[in-house]
Design a protein around this ligand. Structure first.
Ligand code: RIB
Ligand code: CA
Length: 308
């Protein structure tokens, strides 16, 4: 499959990028970066570094450095100041392409009709691309979004998940478009989808550079999640969404189509993904909501990527 990835590369994004770059059946034609977890400079550096670890020359394009309207509020508190657990990784040996990320999204979507767009961060680039080139909406085969929660608790406010909260106006635009969205909410990425201590040890025991990288760059995120919710599992939202994108038939065990709208104005519920699960609005379904996954299959894909 041809894939375009839009990412605010921090620790869990990095694992998701490696899953795609190392997968024999995935051709990542471009990666575009966006401000989110950390600054655009840092997300771009992290994407380039991760591609280098995977021996990939995939072009990386830097996109939006801030949300459409609200002030940028990065999550360095969660992922570490550099986004990769402050491990002191060396700078990447190559730079991003000259072309900006929004233009690159438009051109690569136009050049690869039917491709899978995977979004792992705030939707600023995608919203800007759609506004500049409305024709791209019909050219995207699948749009797998790590974002939102289906009427469950948020991770950055009680109501909202980080990616949609960081740029709620962009998220509202994208979810109101005709993009073929498959929403992988934060609730799907928690619990059994997280790696328990035994599974973390088994990953470490692979003793490959990527296995160590996956765990080391997520060490700060692991501690942050433990403080936030008491979990002893390593929760990896972006890799969970990437598993859905790569191997939907074996990963997704339950999904349903619903009308979903994103709140953009309320301070209390900014970024909330309001899922009409009972169809009480009568509005036409616009999103395929992923309700449950095969966590064993997801973890098997993670290990395969780490072994690569
Ligand atoms: O809420 C989790 C999401 O926000 C993940 O994509 C993580 O990388 C951050 O971007
Ligand atoms: Ca992300």
């Amino acid at each position: 499959m041809r894939m375009i990835i839009d990412t605010d590369t921090a620790s869990d994004d990095a694992v998701a990028l490696a899953m795609a770059l190392n997968h024999a059946e995935v051709d990542v034609v471009a990666m575009t970066t966006v401000a989110g977890n950390c600054s655009l400079e840092d997300t771009t550096r992290n994407a380039l570094y991760t591609a280098e670890l995977c021996g990939s020359a995939v072009p990386v394009y830097a996109g939006a450095d801030r949300p459409l309207l609200v002030k940028a509020r990065p999550a360095t508190w969660f992922h570490g100041m550099d986004g990769l657990g402050d491990q002191g990784y060396p700078p990447p040996s190559r730079s991003a392409e000259e072309e900006d990320g929004v233009s690159a999204l438009i051109n690569h979507i136009r050049g690869n009709p039917g491709s899978t767009l995977v979004t792992l961060g705030p939707l600023t680039n995608v919203a800007l691309a759609m506004a500049q080139a409305p024709d791209i909406v019909d050219l995207v085969g699948r749009c797998v979004v790590m974002g939102g929660t289906a009427n469950k608790v948020g991770n950055v406010t009680p109501a909202a998940e980080f990616n949609l909260w960081f740029d709620p106006h962009a998220a509202r635009m994208v979810f109101a478009s005709d993009l073929p969205i498959e929403m992988v909410g934060w609730e799907v990425c928690r619990g059994e989808a997280g790696l328990d201590p035994t599974e973390q040890a088994a990953l470490r025991a692979l003793d490959t550079p990527l296995a160590h990288f996956f765990l080391d760059c997520n060490s700060t995120a692991f501690e942050s999640a433990r403080r936030q919710s008491g979990t002893d599992r390593l929760e990896l939202p972006d890799p969970t969404a990437m598993a859905v994108a790569i191997d939907r038939d074996r990963v997704v065990t339950s999904s349903s189509r619903h009308y979903v709208e994103i709140e953009a104005e309320s301070q209390l519920t900014r970024g909330m993904s309001v899922v009409d699960s009972l169809d009480v609005t009568g509005s036409p379904a616009n999103v395929e909501v992923i309700n449950a996954i095969d966590t064993d299959r997801f973890k098997q894909m993670l290990s395969e990527a780490a072994a690569g």
